[in-house]
Design a protein around this ligand. Structure first.
Ligand code: CMC
Length: 431
């Protein structure tokens, strides 16, 4: 219930409106500005949504000052230590941790839905061999609407649930098909006896002519990365999924839009960009020269994997991934990883530098994730696809939350128009 009220007065006319501050369960109050347009004909101007809460949500909470991230109230550190990606996906979608029976049933359903239609699989042949896998994945996901007419009624809760299970189940299959297409290797079918991450690794790295031994440490590391990337409240791709979904578009179209939005280097594409940056820097003695470029406002270079719209403190996910990097590299026998050493040194220098300190720029989730992916043998161009597999759980949860809300409205922002005022058309002969 609203507790605080603010008064907005137009000093010219003396007309006042009372604005209510809505209180969340945790976090800062949110001013309900709906009366502004009605009472004063006013819109608010907030480029980049720096101070706009676009919706109400019960899924994920972030305190950017304290570096806190909660999924349905559970700290991400606890989930990373004790849970699994499949359990986290259940938690995000259904709102509660599953009972053992619910978890087993959810796992079974995800396993049953992991194959893709053979016609869908033939789509990959239409892509050039070096098409970026994100373009393949977003196109194939968008095409799925053409295959599941039986369960596309967004107002039917059971249809929505089938979609949720289907897309989470098929994302690893879709991603690995893109990878195999790039390599020119035969597609590997999902194996029902394998867990989600084991299956993902198997579809990536197995070939029909040889058995592939899945390393448990690799599957565990992958599971952890998927947990940490599973949701992050109203980020750009999730907001895209919500906006596309708010039109009543089918959910595959909405998720495909989210995948496209995730691809950008300011968002999910940063993990790929970090590795590229580390390779470009090359050695620790080149760090000062690189940071000078980053700090030069005429140069558009950014320290990739650093900074975040919400976190003005350590991103809790980055802390966990950095620790995991040490363990995974050691267990995989790749402890002397020069890129990891370089990243550690780069972080250390940046965190002491006035430029980054004064702007509260800390390593984010993507600073170290690519190093683990590389150690697992996953190529750079697939990093953002891995992020998309994980974030599908969050996108689905947000889409479900939005569609099942009876008060849902189409998302339709307004603008500050700074174009021409009305003028008369000029005939081409006289221009
Ligand atoms: N390197 C250098 N300067 C930076 C960086 C960076 N990575 N990030 C922010 N700044 C500076 C920026 O130039 C600005 O300086 P000034 O005040 O002098 O103009 C100030 O810090 C504030 O930056 P901003 O661009 O207004 O901040 P934002 O909230 O709009 O951008 C961001 C957030 C994540 C897009 C940005 O920090 C960035 O581009 N980081 C690098 C890309 C990256 O790692 N993205 C992954 C984000 S986490 C994963 C995900 O959720 O997708």
């Amino acid at each position: 219930m609203p507790t605080k009220k603010y008064t907005l007065t137009n000093v010219a006319t003396g007309k006042s409106s009372e604005l209510e501050a809505l209180s969340p369960t945790i976090g800062p109050d949110v001013l309900n500005i709906a009366p502004l347009a009605k009472d004063h004909g006013l819109f608010t101007f907030d480029p980049g949504f720096m101070s706009t809460a676009a919706c109400e949500s019960k899924i994920t909470f972030i305190d950017g000052e304290k570096g806190v991230l909660l999924y349905r109230g559970y700290p991400v550190e606890q989930l990373a230590a004790k849970s699994s990606f499949i359990e986290v996906a259940y938690l995000l979608i259904y709102g509660e941790l599953p009972s053992p029976a619910q978890l087993a049933e959810f796992g079974r359903s995800i396993t049953r839905h992991s194959m893709i239609n053979e016609s869908l699989r033939r789509f990959y042949n239409g892509f050039h061999h070096d098409a970026h896998p994100m373009s393949q994945v977003s196109a194939v996901v968008a095409s799925m609407a053409g295959f599941y007419h039986d369960s596309l009624d967004i107002n039917n809760p059971r249809h929505r649930e089938i979609f949720a299970h289907r897309i989470i189940a098929k994302m690893p299959t879709i991603a690995s098909a893109a990878y195999k297409h790039m390599l020119g290797q035969p597609f590997m079918f999902p194996q029902n006896e394998l867990g989600y991450c084991e299956n993902l690794l198997n579809m990536f790295f197995a070939v029909p002519c040889e058995k592939y031994a899945i390393e448990p440490v690799a599957a565990k590391a992958l599971d952890l990365l998927l947990i940490l990337h599973a949701d992050h409240e109203q980020n750009a791709s999730t907001s895209t999924v919500r906006l596309a979904g708010s039109t009543g578009a089918n959910p595959y179209a909405a998720i495909s839009s989210g995948i496209a939005a995730l691809w950008g280097p300011a968002h999910g594409g940063a993990n790929e960009a970090v590795l590229l940056m580390l390779e470009e820097i090359g050695t620790a003695d080149a760090i000062p020269k690189f940071l000078a470029k980053v700090k030069d406002k005429q140069d558009h270079t950014r320290l990739m994997g650093f900074g975040h719209r919400v976190y003005k403190n350590f991103d809790p996910r980055a802390k966990i991934i950095r620790e995991t990097c040490h363990k995974v590299l050691e267990k995989l026998g790749r402890a002397d990883n020069p890129l990891f050493e370089l990243a550690l040194r780069l972080e250390e220098i940046a965190l002491r530098d006035e430029y980054f300190v004064s702007r509260k720029l800390y390593p984010n989730v993507d600073f170290y994730s690519g190093i683990i992916y590389s150690a697992l043998g996953i190529p750079r161009s697939m990093f953002t696809v891995m992020f998309a597999i994980a974030r599908t759980a969050g996108w689905v949860a947000h889409w479900q939350e939005m569609i099942s809300d009876p008060a849902m409205k189409i998302g339709r922002p307004r603008q500050l128009y700074t174009g021409k005022t009305p003028r008369d058309y000029v005939d081409i002969e006289t221009r």
